[in-house]
Design a binder for this molecule. Structure first.
Ligand code: NAI
Ligand code: MG
Length: 353
């Protein structure tokens, strides 16, 4: 099978880590029977400054017509309101209907408080429909925002969480060591207060996960505020967490703090039949051009992209060699307390491959 991958480095260290992702794809063992072809695509603030658009139509069309998946680096956002600029990754999620944001957070096994969880965030609705208004009330200004939850979006995101829980279990069954022994999905909401919106999310997620194919998956619920408490007290209690957009956004940045560096945490934007891998960090202007960016968030994002394109074995291989590098601890980048350059980390990982 040959997969065509769009490469969108964007700005700053995006240009240093996306090439690392490509090198790892090219180095996958031939026994996996996977080949790749690549197409370089533009997006980001530099593109905006040069052309007046942050996400060229050509990038969107090429992804739609030619590509099986993509890797996205990071973009710099202007610090002051800039006319005509809007975030290209937000636009891409819409244009390609990438309705889920998936963020695994994993520590090394030897960590004092080990973490191995995935946050599955609904990515199209909730408060982020951005239907806001401000008006003059009897006692001054009032602002309102719509929180929209639909059955359709809640069902498909919970089903995706179920699929991810099953897939993680398959990996464990194949002998990969883990802190978990059973698949578990935790539904996060605040339906004690928002009985209609979060109530619908909760009820629909329950129904999606009650389908027979998820019979082996444990299902529990947690109110979002107590979830935050428990996530920090006892992160090992979680396997897969599914949440509406806003809670998912907050939980996923919070969970990233559990593992030390932003340079470790990957994500994927996933729709039906398409996935974009994207490290969670930004363009890191403070270290750009120095060759010291941690490539691991991107390499794990490469694995995630492959998972959602149906290449679970290739993904597992990448995760394993990355974990090998971290557990060995000899070639770590400066954000991890080491002194290795980006290329040295990549080369260590290629050797392990
Ligand atoms: P950032 O994630 O770029 O950097 C935060 C801190 O983490 C910095 O000290 C940086 O050096 C460090 N860091 C991040 N990734 C690293 C890596 N791979 N290896 C080593 N160290 C790493 O966030 P910041 O500074 O708030 O934003 C910088 C720019 O990035 C802004 O223009 C912001 O709008 C944009 N941004 C873009 C995102 C995206 O494209 N998805 C996400 C977050 C920020
Ligand atoms: Mg966020």
């Amino acid at each position: 099978r040959t997969l065509r991958i769009g490469l969108i480095p964007g700005d700053g260290i995006g240009r240093e880590v996306i090439p690392a992702g490509r090198r790892v794809l090219e180095a996958l063992p031939s026994s996996l029977n996977l080949k790749f072809s690549f197409v370089d695509l533009d997006a980001g603030f530099d593109t905006f400054k040069q052309t007046g658009v942050a996400l060229p139509e050509k990038t969107v069309e090429t992804l739609k017509k030619e590509c099986d998946g993509a890797l996205f680096g990071a973009v710099s956002s202007p610090t002051t309101a800039t006319k005509g600029y809007s975030s290209p990754i937000v636009a891409l999620r819409k244009r390609l209907d990438l309705y889920a944001n998936v963020r695994p957070v994993k520590s090394v096994r030897t960590a004092k408080s080990p973490v191995d969880l995935v946050i599955v965030r609904e990515n199209t609705e909730d408060l982020y429909v951005k239907e806001e208004k401000t008006y003059e009330g009897p006692n001054g200004k009032v602002a309102e925002a719509i929180k929209r939850i639909s059955e359709k979006a809640s069902f498909r995101i919970a089903a995706m969480a179920g699929e991810i829980a099953l897939r993680r279990q398959r990996v464990r069954d194949s002998g990969v060591d883990s802190i978990h022994s059973k698949p578990l999905v935790t539904i996060t909401h605040k339906s004690n207060v928002l009985s209609q919106t979060d109530g619908l999310f909760r009820e629909t997620a329950r129904r999606a996960l009650a389908q027979s194919q998820y019979q082996s998956v444990g299902v529990e619920e947690q109110i979002v505020d107590s979830m935050v408490y428990k996530l920090f007290r006892q992160p090992s209690a979680y396997d897969v967490i599914v949440a509406p957009n806003l809670y998912g956004d907050i939980l996923s940045d919070g969970a990233a703090a559990l593992v030390g560096s932003l340079g470790l945490v990957p994500s994927a934007n996933v729709g039906d039949g398409f996935a974009i891998g994207e490290p969670c960090h930004g363009s890191a202007p403070d270290i750009q051009g120095q060759g010291i960016a941690n490539p691991i968030a991107t390499l794990r994002s490469v694995g995630l992209m492959l998972e959602f394109l149906g290449e679970e074995q290739a993904a597992a291989k990448i995760y394993a060699v990355v974990d090998g590098n971290l557990e060995d601890g000899k070639l770590l980048s400066p954000d991890m307390g080491g002194s290795a350059k980006t290329d040295e980390v990549v080369e260590d990982i290629l050797r392990r491959l």
